[in-house]
Design a protein around this ligand. Structure first.
Ligand code: 1CP
Length: 351
């Protein structure tokens, strides 16, 4: 009897990364790192000298170079577009800056109904620099997949309402509970902008998208389902037929993982607090991404190796596993440890 073999398309669609996202067999577990481009790399610090963060996101040649740096250096299985989650908000008309050492700062926070008028829908013309950067990158990367991304409505709303980073999300929750219709209208607008922004990246050629709901872990499951899930679902559901895997990630989300999967993810990103086998058991057959604690990279190498092997073993419980950290690379991380970790993941997982 003839054996049925799945044909592997050439190029990014046949890469270990895309195949793992789809739960297909892979030659090795693919690996990339959230915030792999950034301050851990001396070549990044050098090229960013004297160029503000937002400005650097708007220069396609610079975006291309910064995005390629960690691919060249570490040999990761995927690149992630160098940008920031607030880039589409600036394109939509919000006056904001990304302040070094702080993060996004919003000049006039969104607190009342009339503030919604400052959030216009976006078209490709508003983010033409992203369209151009993705096209340049797809050419440069060849068979290496490029991940596009956006912030999810809750995480974006938290910056808009608080005015910047927050630890307690007091004003955000005050709006959610005290003015639920305003909250839902704000999130619906953000979902529309986010969906348009991801479509621009998909049309320009990204091979996967990641929706970052980094701060969703601040919510109970009940509140997440009521105030957040419908909006993230309208983003992810809007991409159901786009033909690229959808990754959905947040921090501190142990009890939210099933709901984040239900929002329409093919792959659920897991932070380091939840073992991947326990996550997989609640995810109804979805692939997982993660989840080495980024702080582990400051420990002696034998500890890094032991922990990475544990993550690989736990990841086998899921239909597909993309190795990553449980959150972004910390700026003080030794880049040589990241390179060594990529090699370890590849050799230890070779089938
Ligand atoms: O690997 C890469 O190249 C990553 C590119 C990238 C991504 C995916 C940047 C560049 N930002 C982001 C997404 C992002 N931005 C998220 C989601 C991911 C996550 O959870 O880490 C969030 C929450 C932001 C908001 C943001 N932008 C923060 C966090 C602030 C807070 O609330 O604590 C910060 C510090 C920034 C600035 C920023 N964005 C990116 C970089 C390299 C930097 C540092 C600034 C600089 O280099 O000048």
């Amino acid at each position: 009897m003839a054996r049925v073999t799945t044909t592997t398309p050439a190029g990014p669609a046949g890469s270990a990364f895309v195949r793992a996202c789809r739960g297909q067999d892979v030659p090795h577990t693919p690996v990339w790192f959230m915030r792999q481009a950034g301050r851990s790399l001396p070549e990044y610090r050098k090229i960013r000298e004297g160029v503000g963060m937002l400005e650097s996101c708007r220069r396609p040649e610079l975006v291309t170079e910064i995005t390629l740096q960690p691919v060249r250096r570490h040999g990761v299985d995927a690149a992630i577009l160098f940008s920031d989650i607030v880039v589409p908000l600036a394109a939509a008309g919000i006056d904001l800056d990304i302040v070094a050492g702080t993060g996004p700062v919003i000049a006039d926070p969104v607190r009342a109904r009339e503030d919604l008028d400052r959030l216009r829908p976006i078209t490709v013309a508003d983010v033409s620099f992203v369209d151009e950067a993705v096209r340049l990158l797809v050419k440069e990367l060849g068979a290496t997949p490029l991940i596009g991304f956006a912030g999810a409505p809750f995480t974006l709303a938290s910056y808009l309402v608080e005015g910047g980073p927050s630890r307690t999300y007091t004003r955000t929750k005050a709006m959610m509970y005290g003015a639920p219709q305003l909250w839902h209208d704000l999130c619906a607008r953000l979902a529309e902008i986010t969906l348009a922004f991801l479509r621009v990246q998909i049309d320009a050629g990204v091979s996967a998208v990641q929706l970052f709901d980094s701060w969703a872990g601040a919510l109970s499951e009940a509140d997440y389902r009521r105030y957040v899930l419908p909006h993230s679902a309208s983003v992810l559901g809007g991409l159901a037929t786009a033909g690229v895997p959808r990754i959905h990630f947040g921090v501190g989300t142990a009890l939210l993982l099933p709901a984040m999967g239900e929002a329409g993810a093919d792959v659920v990103g897991v932070d380091w607090r939840t073992p991947l086998d326990r996550a997989a058991a609640t995810l109804g057959g979805r692939a997982v991404q993660g989840n080495l604690d980024p702080a582990t990279l400051f420990a002696p190498w034998p500890v890094v190796e032991e922990q990475a092997r544990r993550v690989l073993a736990e990841g086998r419980a899921a239909p597909g596993h993309v190795f990553n950290l449980g959150h972004g690379v910390l700026p003080e991380t030794d880049p040589d440890v990241l390179t060594r970790l990529v090699d370890l993941v590849h050799t230890a997982s070779a089938r």
